[in-house]
Design a binder for this molecule. Structure first.
Ligand code: NI
Length: 270
């Protein structure tokens, strides 16, 4: 009887131990799961039912860039028209004129202006024009520390990237003011010019068009400002005349090539 009682007791104890072992195993398995969940967050976490699609994170709508053209400025007679200080209220009109003539240009935009013309900048990019940086607020960079000049440029670069999906690869310092410390610190090619009609001073479409046409040369970089209506009104005559003279109107990348080392550039070296 005593033996039987002991046997029953032992059996009961074994059962209890088995249950305890099962509970311990289940608990540690649960703990392991929760630790794993903490270490590697699920990529798609949702409390929605299986039939409900996860809500996508909204991404900004970026313009589709124009396809690359087959232009060779080592063979063709190229000129790069460049427009500073915008975008402005005349920029869309200018884009229409360039589009009608299949002419490409480069726009050196100012950060404070760009903020108010996001669709215009997107259109500029998607129609195959190049966008460069012309500082954040058009201050003379040589009056800042090189580090501040670089931060100012970077702020505009970042804004253009956010708007177009493409980081500018060229810049133009306001007033053409630069020095070696700024070139080294900003570390971007600085695009100056070889033809300057001083369109900010001569508010005459006729004068601006004549100056550019009379000084036109192969490999030229022309400085203009699309914030002046008189300048934009001069563009059809400039473009039509230059095209008739056999020039191809190109972007800075097309004229000078991509991946230029940090330095100043005024025209194409032919
Ligand atoms: Ni300027």
């Amino acid at each position: 009887m005593k033996t039987m009682e002991h046997a029953a007791e032992r059996q009961g104890l074994r059962d209890k131990l088995r249950t305890l072992a099962a509970i311990t195993a289940a608990t540690s398995s649960l703990l392991a799961c929760s630790n794993a969940a903490e270490a590697t967050p699920p990529t798609t976490f949702t409390t929605a039912t299986a039939t409900e699609a996860p809500v996508p994170i909204p991404t900004p709508e970026l313009p589709v860039p124009a396809p690359t053209r087959a232009v060779d400025c080592m063979v063709q007679r190229c000129i790069a028209l460049t427009f500073d200080d915008g975008p402005g209220i005349y920029t869309e009109q200018l884009l229409d004129m360039l589009q009608e003539r299949d002419a490409k240009a480069t726009f050196f935009v100012v950060g404070t202006e760009a903020e108010g013309f996001v669709p215009t900048i997107q259109r500029t990019h998607s129609e195959g024009h190049q966008i460069g940086t012309h500082s954040w607020s058009h201050k003379l960079l040589t009056r800042m520390s090189a580090a501040d000049a670089a931060a100012d440029t970077e702020r505009t670069n970042k804004l253009v990237f956010d708007i177009t999906g493409k980081m500018p690869t060229i810049m133009r310092p306001p007033y053409g003011g630069t020095n070696q410390a700024i070139i080294d610190e900003i570390a971007m090619p600085e695009i100056l010019w070889s033809i300057d009609p001083q369109d900010w001073k001569y508010k005459s479409s006729h004068y601006v068009a004549n100056h550019i046409i009379n000084h036109a040369h192969r490999g030229a970089i022309v400085l203009m400002h699309d914030i002046h209506g008189t300048t934009v009104d001069a563009v059809p005559e400039v473009v039509d005349t230059l095209l008739a003279q056999g020039y191809t109107l190109v972007t800075i990348d097309e004229l000078l090539g991509k991946n230029l080392p940090p330095d100043t550039y005024r025209q194409q070296d032919i």
